[in-house]
Design a protein around this ligand. Structure first.
Ligand SMILES: C[S@@+](CC[C@H](N)C(=O)[O-])C[C@H]1O[C@@H](n2cnc3c(N)ncnc32)[C@H](O)[C@@H]1O
Length: 382
């Protein structure tokens, strides 16, 4: 019989998210019915039953990983990591025909090298199989059947199963990309923070590959965030309940609604971006109703009663700080002169750029993503 693992004893899980998205993530968890929600380091602890957990994995827009802890232990050395990992019966999660991989986060601990720590855990798993069967399961870092997470902070280690089987920001609609695309989970947090609920049109004048437009569509039409994903890590849990999982998916898919024509629109100056956004929207139900066109924002006639959500170019990634400064000043003038009665939510990949717009934000929310110290600012345009 399978052992009882930590998540089974406690019903406690951990959701990883980007710094700045904690409140959004916690609100989302409350909506799904999770309990005992507490912020942690780059994530949130919560308690959930199987059904709620399935909902979270299938529908969360904000979390990048949902982790089920198998074991937590004091870990001062590689030797101890190897030995303690042997206490898990890995046959509960893996067979010789299944592949696995390990993501590792290590901070403030005797074990400093995360790559090496991952290697030790891998060896421990492989050796256990070898001793019992003479054979070993293979590692597949690109598309593993089982994805584990090893987290060591202040010499306390936690080994978990990654229930998404990979980062949940990979929704499956990014068919084509642009130079500086936004991460899907970040775009979802921005749409949520904007408070937009489809009550008036939404436009992204720097839409790029359309991440903000696609996330707005998914939120508006109740499209589950993992609707296009095919693989899920929690199918590898020994107590995985396929009936509950299928019920959750069927119910969530049945709740997908329609999009009003013209409610979500975008524009971009670059032909490549237009090609990308057209390919991406086509992957999603109702995606064909997102209207996009090629235009310099300066040539747009302006907006009325519209929510503008956008991510203008920024120097760090696009490599032209002076050009970015001038463009932001012009965009600020555009908002002031041609967008009265609108709200604008502008995400800057570099927080220092917020000053260049020449408008005073009503509020600001730092949001980190992909190693960038970004910030979201709200402007009410009277
Ligand atoms: C940071 S990217 C936006 C990325 C987008 N959020 C995504 O997820 O793909 C900025 C976009 O602004 C566009 N852009 C630059 N100058 C522009 C202008 N004057 N008018 C309209 N779009 C412009 C670029 O082509 C680029 O696609």
């Amino acid at each position: 019989m399978a052992q009882t693992y930590l998540y089974q004893k406690t019903n406690h899980y951990f959701g990883q998210l980007a710094s700045g998205s904690e409140k959004c993530g916690m609100a989302e968890l409350r909506e799904f019915g999770a309990k005992s929600i507490k912020p942690g380091y780059l994530g949130v602890y919560f308690c959930a039953n199987q059904r709620t957990l399935c909902e979270i994995v299938y529908r969360s827009r904000i979390f990048s990983r949902i982790l089920a802890p198998l074991i937590v232990f004091d870990c001062h050395s590689e030797k101890y990591l190897y030995k303690t990992a042997q206490n898990i019966d890995w046959a509960d999660f893996l067979t010789l025909t299944k592949t696995f991989a390990i993501t590792v986060n290590v901070a403030d601990s005797n074990i400093r090298n995360s790559k090496y720590a991952g290697q030790i855990l891998k060896d421990s798993i492989v050796d256990q199989f070898r001793e019992k069967t003479g054979e070993r399961p293979s590692v597949d870092t690109r598309n593993p059947d089982l994805l584990l997470n090893l987290y060591i902070h202040k010499n306390k280690a936690r080994i978990s199963v990654d229930l998404g089987g990979g980062s949940l920001h990979k929704r499956g609609y990014r068919i084509e990309s642009v130079e500086a695309p936004m991460q899907e989970t970040l775009a979802a947090a921005i749409v949520r923070l904007s408070g937009w609920k489809g009550e008036r049109p939404l436009h992204d004048p720097f839409c790029g590959s359309g991440t903000l437009l696609c996330e707005a569509l998914m939120a508006q039409c109740n499209i589950p965030a993992a609707y296009l994903r095919h693989k899920f890590g929690f199918l590898r849990l020994p107590d995985f309940d396929a009936a509950v999982w299928n019920q959750v998916k069927t119910k969530a898919n049945a709740a997908i609604g329609e999009l009003d024509e013209g409610l979500i629109k975008g524009s971009d100056i670059d032909a490549g971006a237009l090609k990308a956004v057209r390919a991406n929207r086509a992957a999603l139900p109702e995606g064909g109703k997102i209207k996009v066109r090629r235009a310099d924002f300066q040539s747009l006639e302006g907006f009325e009663n519209t929510t503008i959500i956008t991510n203008p170019p920024y120097g760090i990634r696009l490599g032209d700080t002076e050009g970015t400064t001038a463009l932001l000043k012009e965009f600020g003038d555009f908002l002031k002169q041609k967008c009265t009665g609108c709200s604008a939510f502008v995400y800057y990949g570099d927080a220092a750029l917020a000053k260049k717009l020449g408008l005073k934000p009503g509020w600001k929310q730092p949001l980190r993503s992909g190693g960038l110290d970004g910030i979201l600012c709200k402007y009410e345009l009277y």
